[in-house]
Design a binder for this molecule. Sequence first.
Ligand code: HEM
Length: 509
Amino acid sequence: MWVIPGILVVLVTAWFLRRFMKNSNADKLSYWKQQGFTILEETISGWDIFTGKGNVTDSDIEYYKELGRRGESCGVVTELGTPILIVRDLDVVRDILIKDFDNFTDRPPFGEGNKIFNGSLFGLMGKNWRNMRSFLSPTFTSGRIRNMFSHFEKSAANLTAFIKNQQKTSSSTNFDLPVVEAMRKFSMQVITSAAFGLKVDSFHPSDEIIPMARRLFALTMSAKIRMIFVLQFPKLAKFLNVKMEDVEAVDFFWRLISTAINIRQKSGVRGNDFLQSLVDALNSKEAGDIVWSEDAAIPQAFAFIAAGFDTIANNLSAACYVLATHPEVQEELYREVEKVMQSSGDDTISYEEINGMEYIDMFVAETLRLYPSVARLDRVCTTECALPDVGKGGRARLIRKGTVIAVPADAFHKDEQYFPDPFKFDPTRFSQENKAKRSPYAYMGFGNGPRSCIGMRFALVETKVALAHIVRNFEIRPSAGTPIPAKMEKDMLGYSVGTDIRLKFIPRD
Ligand code: HEM
């Protein structure tokens, strides 16, 4: 049944990629030229992305440099056949993300019919997004995170026990560990227990949730073909029932969340977590501005699982990799952790203690600066408006409704002007004193403005708790095959640690 649409998809996509992807959009660009925007030559084609020869992260840095050479605050480049506006000036970034946010509230859609992504906070648009964001925001207040803290601590203890156990059962005298795999187990346990009250043992070898979650994000050849096809030929994709997402994996999570909601509804047992907020909303007679149904609720839960799983695991893996290759940073972090945890006397750390630690905070920010998991922030212009900044000739430039705006966060992170010697790992860039010396918009590890990461506080506390437990228990070192300097993978979203990277975790006791 799948063979004919499958072959059709591959053929049409390949034909499109080869023939039309590069430099064939002169007509589409005339509007932008008239408005006085600089047109940049595309440095990456769909074909490059498809074959893995190029990635958006590197091409953004090229565009950023080129705009710098031309003294422009922004420019237009064609991507996958569509002109997008790329920004390289922090005042314009501030205007788009914050000051004039009302004109730039949306993100580009995830393809037609993708109900799980388009229905989630990531993909919702306009009023629907605003209503859902106000409903979900209280989930991440300090009080709520403090209530979830025991889950972070417990999962961090499980992680260190898991690493020690792997070591014990390993026959090798030179034990090392695939770091991403271990961090994924931790992040999955935290998000499923803290936000959904589920008893998931992601450290168990027969766990089936992580393999399914991996399928959601795996950028396999087939996933890339589907994605490009759906984005370029939405109507044909709908007709052929070709979906961007891995349907089986999405169904798995849909059922998991739906079952958890039903059990709560039927049992009446209350939980002090995010799932309860959804159950209460679904049970509520006064639904507020949102029309509540499983179709509205499940995508939100799904987004939290998706974001809480991969970004956290990624960031923690990058942090461990940095520690292994920068012993002086590891020593400084260990000293801070040891001082705090020793004083508690029971190998635990409290919410207040974690939030009071300065070095770990700078360390996590510097890891995300150098290796952001989201290298570009996207917004869509929702009303035709003048770019707040004026062009070189001093005239206002109009942006069309529907234009995609790209803020190349990673390129700002690597700009000497804001971060001298940008490829050096130096947590002190984030000391209060150094932060005060640069624009508050230069660092965008969690985005910026009303549409920034809703889970930032949750993510920071979780990451720091895991790191505190790891460095207290182990000294991390590179293993024989660990690439030095660090070799990160770059994909369509940002940086990640390769699943083949192994590190040594040497017990401190
Ligand atoms: C280290 C971990 C994380 C990083 C680096 C990260 C980063 C980001 C970034 C850069 C954005 C886009 C912001 C923008 O466009 O301005 C974002 C959005 C978002 N993040 Fe995170 N995130 C992390 C963890 C989490 C967690 C744990 C959750 C939920 C439990 C979460 C939920 C979300 C949601 C729902 C959005 C969309 C917000 C909206 O559109 O209103 N993230 N994140």
